[in-house]
Design a protein. Structure first.
Length: 276
């Protein structure tokens, strides 16, 4: 251990001398000013030239790295600010799109009210029955708004359901696709009459005689019988027609015109008698 310490002392001395000599020469050169150089000064200049050049390059390199670091830091800060600005404008854009979509829905409901020419009230859907078979909706208007059981619930796309229960500020709607729902209907083109029954997802048009002509894509509308739904409201379109060997009637599957899963608002027609 002692031998290693002694052998390292000359190395330290050499390093100190290597650092001190250039410094002394540099100080000597800078102290001369504009005086004429003699031989030692010229020798010192010859030695210090490369050293000072290397030092200047090193400082330039370090300075460049520092400037680059500052630039990168500024870019990072600018990127963060731009990202925040983009997020803010993206949120505003989403709000504008939502406002436009809502305005479009409300405009369609207003047009529906004008077409019906009947007293109506528009309500927002605030709850849904989670079951796959029975279909009910809860709206944010009730008896204080003039709603009572038996009234029709419609949308700009057609029939949605019927009011079955009310409280002062809420009402429960049985969807037209519910198996307990039944609506008097006719085939729009040939005026064949039948009863629309829900099957949980679609409709079945019942009591149409087997010798009748019903085609796929035929439109089914309300007949106006029963005093609940006004005549001419769209119920759906024919998906499938089957003539079974047994029985008197066609088996007709109908696709609803209203997608209950996408509904946000309903129009309640303030007339009709309780039929449930």
């Amino acid at each position: 251990m002692r031998r290693k310490k002694k052998s390292s002392q000359p190395l330290k001395l050499v390093l100190i001398i290597a650092v001190l000599i250039p410094l002394i020469l540099y100080v000597a050169l800078t102290s001369i000013g504009r005086q004429e150089f003699n031989m030692p000064h010229r020798l010192a200049l010859e030695v210090m030239g490369p050293v000072q050049g290397t030092f200047t390059k090193s400082m330039s390199f370090v300075s460049g790295i520092w400037r680059h670091y500052i630039s990168l830091t500024k870019v990072a800060v600018d990127n963060d600010q731009l990202r925040r600005e983009i997020d803010k404008y993206r949120q505003k854009n989403a709000e504008f799109r939502e406002a436009a979509a809502l305005n479009g829905q409300l405009q369609k409901l207003l047009d529906l009210d004008k077409r019906l020419k009947l007293p109506t009230v528009t309500a927002r859907i605030v709850g849904r029955d989670p079951s796959l078979w029975f279909k009910t909706l809860i709206i944010d208007k009730g008896s204080t708004s003039g709603i009572s059981a038996g009234m029709a619930a419609v949308t700009p796309d057609g029939v949605a359901g019927q009011v079955i229960n009310t409280s002062p500020h809420y009402a429960k709607i049985m969807a037209a696709t519910d198996p307990n729902s039944a609506i008097d209907a006719i085939v729009q083109d040939n005026r064949l009459q039948g009863i629309i029954k829900g099957d949980g997802q679609n409709y079945r048009l019942r009591y149409v005689l087997k010798n009748s002509v019903v085609k796929i894509n035929d439109t089914i509308i309300t007949s106006g019988l029963g005093g609940v739904f006004p005549k001419g409201l769209v119920i759906g379109t024919v998906l499938k027609v089957l003539r079974a060997r047994r029985g008197m009637f066609l088996q007709i599957k109908v696709k609803p015109s209203v997608n209950l899963h996408h509904l946000e608002y309903l129009t309640i027609i303030l007339q009709g008698k309780p039929t449930l």
